[in-house]
Design a binder for this molecule. Structure first.
Ligand code: CUA
Length: 330
């Protein structure tokens, strides 16, 4: 049954393949544990109803089968106050139990206030990628979110365009990401690892390829990651890199992308300051390796049809140069 609910993505990095399945029955954070309990209660009650109803049905079919010599209709009974009361009152009680338990869980998760040491992250949904801001740390990244194990992380969710939904099943429930509104979500992961998620609200052509990767790191690894994201870019004097930088500046790449310490300050597309520290491209669709990066720069539409990055019609030589430049953004 778990497989039915599993999220699978087809074109993810080889190294992650074995782990790119997210199981809602394997919660690893307080909110997802609470949701898991309600889910089991609802499934248990529904299974009970199924067994009772199908049992009675099977009993009636076997017991009251037409027998040889039956020529008369069975006695016709119209209405029974007791039975009708029973099948009205019992379902109402069941629905009330489910409403109360669900409301209590929703309240427990949503009424919580952030812990003092909580990490705060702002996530902005875009067609079709996620912008990620660590505001206190002054870090901007995209699609891949690093958080420390055992610490509460609070997400503020905003949208730049249409309604999206942020869902990392093993760590928290779904939360809609709505234009002109701020929603909140928290998680306190109990195990390190990579937790895949996805946009869970249809938001256009590439909705299915708006993947999320949450990397839950040890505290040391998380600090190291923070430090690496704050580090200034290392300048390169390689002529190929210089040529690539020039192509990047002269085409409209820099109107959409930001690279710290350069004149590229666009904010429409993902921040590329530390592009090479990310494992995937195109919001988790493909592994970030030189070949895929080349194909992506050459024509993003071939990989992610409808993506807002157009085919810049660069020559192969220019693509080589841009890729050399991007490859220095560690
Ligand atoms: Cu964003 Cu679906």
């Amino acid at each position: 049954m778990a497989a039915l609910f599993a999220l699978a993505a087809s074109a993810v990095a080889q190294e992650d393949k074995a782990r790119w399945v997210s199981n809602i029955f394997d919660p690893l954070s307080t909110p997802s544990h609470k949701i898991h309990e309600v889910a089991f209660l609802a499934i248990g009650i529904c299974a009970g109803i199924f067994v009772i109803v199908s049992g009675l049905l099977a009993y009636a079919i076997i017991k009251f089968k037409k027998k040889e010599g039956d020529i008369l209709e069975p006695p016709q009974i119209y209405g029974s106050t007791q039975i009708e009361l029973a099948w009205t009152v019992i379902p109402i009680l069941i629905v009330f139990v489910l409403i109360l338990v669900t409301a209590r869980t929703v309240g427990e998760i949503q009424n919580r206030k952030p812990a003092e040491n909580a990490l705060k992250i702002k996530v902005i949904g875009h067609q079709w990628w996620w912008e990620v801001h660590y505001e206190d740390q002054k870090i901007i990244t995209a699609n891949e979110i690093h958080i420390p194990v055992g610490v509460e992380t609070w997400f503020t969710l905003e949208s730049a365009d249409v309604v999206h939904s942020f869902w990392v099943p093993q760590l928290a429930g779904k939360m809609d990401v709505i234009p002109n509104r701020r929603n909140y979500l928290w998680m306190d992961p109990q195990q390190t690892g990579l937790y895949p998620g996805n946009c869970a609200e249809y938001c256009g052509t590439q909705h299915a390829n708006m993947l999320i990767r949450v990397y839950v790191d040890t505290k040391e690894d998380f600090e190291k990651w923070l430090a690496s994201q704050k580090a200034a870019p290392v300048p390169s004097s390689d002529p190929l890199v210089e040529a690539g930088r020039k192509v990047f500046y002269e085409n409209s790449c820099m109107s959409c992308h930001k690279i710290d310490g350069t004149i590229a300050e666009g904010t429409f597309g993902p921040d590329l300051t530390h592009l090479m520290s990310r494992k995937s491209l195109a919001s988790g669709m493909i592994e970030n390796n030189p070949k895929n990066l080349w194909q992506w720069v050459r024509d993003p539409q071939k990989i992610k049809n409808g993506a807002l990055m157009p085919d810049m019609a660069l020559t192969n030589e220019e693509v080589d140069q841009v890729v050399a430049f991007l490859s220095t953004l560690k």
